[in-house]
Design a protein around this ligand. Structure first.
Ligand SMILES: Cc1cc2nc3c(=O)[nH]c(=O)nc-3n(C[C@H](O)[C@H](O)[C@H](O)COP(=O)(O)OP(=O)(O)OC[C@H]3O[C@@H](n4cnc5c(N)ncnc54)[C@H](O)[C@@H]3O)c2cc1C
Length: 405
């Protein structure tokens, strides 16, 4: 039987995140949009509290045989509510409050999702609740993350990192950075691994902070690594260089967790704009008539009801990707589908809300213009719209990244 109800544990997470978003985020939304790069100290204790109540943990091992049997009916008792599902339910609510503040919450960032995706239980114990950012992008490497040039060389019991990362969300204020680096350039993508680098290690320097369109409550940093030494066991996953595809797939698993999370953030932000728009128009006397054929709706009703339907689709696609991840099923395709849909629709919905509200929508007196600016990033980082569509096409058509570029 298909059940679309959230189980009690997730309802609790949703309610708790919603209260935090409403009572702790919304009142300071504009303040930290204006005070770009400033750490919102008011929410620091909330991060630890959320991490404790929302749980999390290292990933379950993906089971290929289980995947082959995917088409067989499953009994409900096999379902696991894991870290990814918990994170996406919480992320939608918190992003409904404020995307930028949500990203600034210690222990809830993309780096944490990356650690959850590929850490061992011992590594999760050490790093799981740290304030973690994620550094993949470099001056010469964006969408093609397989082309990164930051290096990690083993020297005795330590890895030595050299290179530059740019556009690292929370890169200045975080405690640890999950860094993608190559252990063997000649091995191509197979040589790329991820490493947890503590910010107090010598050889790590924040060199620049970006001024941005949206998510201004989070900082976005450039970081240089110069002979930065970290312990040997700070490598996430296996240090072994396997076959070309296997090696890179290991590190790409990170995206299977982080893409649904970004999708959920887009959904939360779009929902905030849509709810506000509907409430504002209702106050102006609009009545939204559900149940009529679309030919009998007026233009505003039709647009608003369609956006509500899109929002529901965004959420369901995200839940599917997260559920598959938690239940040890390969979910790269579904993670990219959710990110493509939510990134695109999040931008579209927030833009239409600004337009539907006219001057109020564009005014800085209301938050809807901010939600439009904030939401755009979800269609860019963790892989742009075009890259998600490429991943989806490759998965469905059975092409490799070399065959379909
Ligand atoms: C505010 C902000 C925060 C960020 N946070 C992080 C972070 O925390 N960690 C991190 O590592 N990175 C982060 N990034 C970087 C982000 O992930 C990259 O900007 C993104 O992956 C795109 O890379 P690029 O900017 O180099 O664009 P490019 O790869 O140069 O792409 C430029 C354009 O070309 C398109 N394009 C590229 N290749 C193809 C193709 N094969 N087919 C069709 N179209 C294509 C892209 O879709 C895009 O529209 C952040 C960026 C921003 C703006």
């Amino acid at each position: 039987m298909i059940d679309f109800e959230l189980p009690p544990m997730l309802k609790m997470v949703k309610d708790m995140a919603h209260s935090a978003a409403r009572d702790a985020f919304r009142p300071i939304s504009r303040k930290y949009d204006d005070l770009e790069h400033t750490m919102p100290e008011e929410i620091r204790p909330l991060g630890a509290m959320m991490a404790q109540s929302m749980g999390g943990g290292p990933p379950k091992k993906k089971d290929k045989d289980k995947d082959k049997a995917e088409k067989k009916p499953k009994v409900a008792t096999e379902d696991v509510v894991g870290a990814t599902m918990t994170a996406v339910v919480g992320a939608e609510e918190m992003a409904w409050g404020d995307c930028g503040l949500m990203l600034a919450l210690p222990g809830q960032g993309l780096g944490n999702a990356a650690i959850s995706a590929v850490s061992t239980p011992e590594q999760y114990e050490r790093f799981g609740t740290k304030y973690a950012s994620m550094a993949i992008t470099e001056p010469g490497s964006g969408s093609d993350s397989g082309s990164i040039s930051t290096t990690a060389a083993l020297d005795g019991d330590e890895w030595v990192l050299n290179g530059e990362k740019i556009f690292v969300t929370d890169g200045e204020r975080c405690e640890v950075v999950v860094v993608w680096a190559t252990v063997d350039k000649s091995a191509g993508k197979a040589g790329i691994k991820s490493f947890v680098v503590e910010k107090d290690r010598p050889g790590i320097t924040v060199t620049k902070l970006e001024h941005k369109l949206g998510i201004r409550a989070s900082d976005t940093a450039s970081i240089v690594f110069e002979d930065c030494r970290i312990p040997k066991d700070n490598i996430l996953g296996s240090p072994e260089i396997k076959t070309k595809t296997e090696g890179f797939k290991g590190v790409m698993k990170t995206f299977d967790n982080t893409r649904p999370m970004v999708a959920a953030i887009a959904t939360g932000c779009a929902r905030a704009a849509l709810e506000f728009t509907k409430e504002t128009l209702e106050k102006e006397g609009y009545v939204f008539r559900y149940g009529l054929s679309k030919h009998n709706l007026n233009a505003v009703e039709k647009e608003l009801l369609m956006m509500e339907a899109e929002l529901e689709a965004m959420r369901l696609l995200t839940y599917r990707a997260a559920w598959m991840g938690d239940n040890a099923r390969p979910n790269s395709l579904e993670a990219s589908i959710s990110k493509a849909k939510c990134g695109r629709m999040g931008s579209k919905i927030t833009q239409r809300c600004v337009a539907l509200l006219g001057p109020i929508g564009y005014s800085r007196e209301m938050l809807v213009e901010k939600w439009m600016r904030d939401c755009k990033i979800n269609d860019i980082y963790e892989g742009t719209q075009q890259i998600q569509q490429l991943v989806v096409a490759r998965n469905i058509l059975g092409f490799s990244s070399k065959e379909l570029k």
